[in-house]
Design a protein around this ligand. Structure first.
Ligand SMILES: [Fe+2]
Length: 498
């Protein structure tokens, strides 16, 4: 077990772990056994697992010679006080197991159903779909509820919405009449493969359910997030007026270094601005498409300033090398990056990571990270192409509304078989189990900031001017902006560099 995996194991269980403890665990020949024993022995009062928490009495595992790797890792994890820490709470990297077999898809969708239906189950009392098939006579079935995945949804010639809903026991057709306006409006936004709760009554013949209400997994109505710094905030931020102890995070995405439309001057100004100390920025978080990549779309080669993808990353590393050392950089990949296209995407390969400073943190896509007690869900946002094409009133000009749709569905990429190619991993990495404080996306090259039930949603635009492709598609990018989030208040401000 690599030392980084030790950190990850503890992070997955909700603990931080000290470099000392990692080094000690790593010095044993079966560190995974030690990790599970330690996890069993911890109580709720422990936040950071220290050496003294490792009660290894009775663990009869031969010690292996202290290895250099453990020392090196411990050294790397002992960050100087001015380089703030990052906890990666969830990320596919090093955990991908799928090869694309049928059984894996079944398991993947079961996992999605189980977790999302679990969220809905707190709000309605649902019965298995197979029980609807039992013979019955009208009355007792006036108000019944089921929870299922939407396998089909369409509008009939007379304006009804007809949905087929499926759970592990069977599937059933549901009808929403246009006269039930509110429900009909909700049903119009329902998309394939999302998990919903439905309450309704059965028709006399027992073959159809007339829908009375639809429940999405959604966020709790009163989601009371305790702000990590007590909400004191940074002087001058939109909502803050305190001492700024928690500092700020700069959120950007879609830099597209290597493209001939990359706005070199504006990006360079941004990097300089990070160093001028006008705001206490401690983190720079990049939500994918750091470079333009190669072979992403037909004819891309004629729009590249830097034709070699490794040279593109070298250039990116030079820019980011100018970021002050006290700012922690986090990089997640997007669909233009040099990593598998199927999502969830793992971290960039070592050959690329090694071009950057040791302090840079690479995550997969999506990834849930925690900084200063603030959970940030980073997702590049490829699914927005599908959601915009399918859900009424969604548009590329209002990416924040699309992101709110993700939160309502507690899922980052609900539709299968669209633009997002989804790898059927053991578990569905797109399910939003732990509610983040911030959802940070990119991909669409437009800006949107909003707040939904206690979650700050940010789409941070791009550093690329309009490409020929976007011109043809009538897409108007909003380039050269950084979103600065106050980590104490979650208040945001936009800084323009042009
Ligand atoms: Fe993208």
């Amino acid at each position: 077990m690599q030392e980084s995996l030790i950190v990850e194991e503890f992070a997955n269980a909700g603990y931080q772990v000290s470099p000392d403890a990692v080094a000690l665990i790593g010095s044993y020949s079966a560190p995974d056994t030690i990790v599970s024993k330690v996890l069993q022995s911890l109580d709720d009062s422990v936040l950071v697992v220290e050496r003294e928490h490792l009660n290894l009495d009775g663990v009869r595992i031969p010690e292996k010679p202290a290895d250099k790797l453990a020392e090196k890792l411990a050294e790397k994890l002992s960050k100087p006080a001015d380089a703030p820490a990052v906890n990666i709470l969830s990320d596919i990297s090093n955990k991908s197991t799928c090869v694309g077999e049928y059984s894996e898809f079944v398991r993947y969708f079961r996992d999605r159903y189980t977790r999302l239906s679990g969220i809905i189950r707190g709000r309605i009392t649902a019965r298995p779909i197979e029980s609807l098939r039992a013979r019955h006579s009208g009355r007792e079935y006036d108000s019944i509820s089921i929870i299922g995945m939407v396998s089909d949804v369409r509008t009939t010639s007379n304006g009804n919405k007809l949905m087929e809903i499926e759970d592990p026991t069977g599937s059933f057709p549901m009808l929403v009449r246009p006269s039930d306006r509110d429900i009909w409006a909700i049903a119009s936004g329902i998309i394939h493969d999302e998990v919903i709760g439905v309450t309704g009554s059965l028709t006399r013949d027992g073959h159809l359910m007339i829908v009375k209400s639809i429940v999405l997994p959604d966020l709790p109505n009163r989601y009371n997030q305790t702000l990590p710094d007590g909400g004191r905030g940074v002087n001058g931020s939109e909502h803050g007026n305190g001492d700024g102890a928690a500092g700020c995070a700069a959120l950007i995405s879609d830099v597209h270094i290597g493209s001939d439309t990359f706005l070199e001057g504006a990006f360079s100004d941004f990097i300089d601005w990070l160093g001028d100390g006008s705001l206490p920025v401690q983190y720079l978080i990049i939500a994918g498409d750091l470079v333009d990549g190669v072979g992403i779309y037909p004819g891309q080669e004629s729009e590249l300033e830097i034709p070699d993808v490794y040279d593109q990353y070298r250039s990116a590393a030079e820019y980011l090398g100018r970021v002050p050392k006290n700012i922690r950089i986090i990089i997640a990949p997007g669909n233009h990056d040099a990593v598998r296209l199927a999502e969830p995407q793992p971290v960039l390969p070592e050959k690329i990571r090694s071009m950057f400073s040791d302090d840079v943190i690479f995550t997969g896509n999506p990834a849930l990270v925690e900084i200063r007690g603030v959970r940030i869900l980073i997702y590049h946002g490829r699914s927005m192409d599908d959601l915009i094409a399918t859900i009424p009133k969604m548009s590329y000009q209002r990416p924040e509304l699309v992101m709110i749709e993700m939160l309502r569905r507690r899922h980052l990429a609900p539709m299968y078989g669209g633009r997002v190619s989804i790898a059927p991993e053991n578990s569905d990495h797109f399910v939003i189990d732990r509610v983040p404080h911030i959802l940070h996306c990119g991909h669409v090259h437009t800006i949107g900031i909003d707040r939904y039930k206690g979650v700050t949603v940010v789409n941070s635009g791009t550093w690329q001017s309009q490409t020929d492709f976007q011109k043809r598609m009538n897409l108007d990018p909003v380039p050269a902006h950084a979103t600065i989030v106050d980590l104490a208040t979650l208040g945001t401000r936009m800084v323009k560099f042009a």
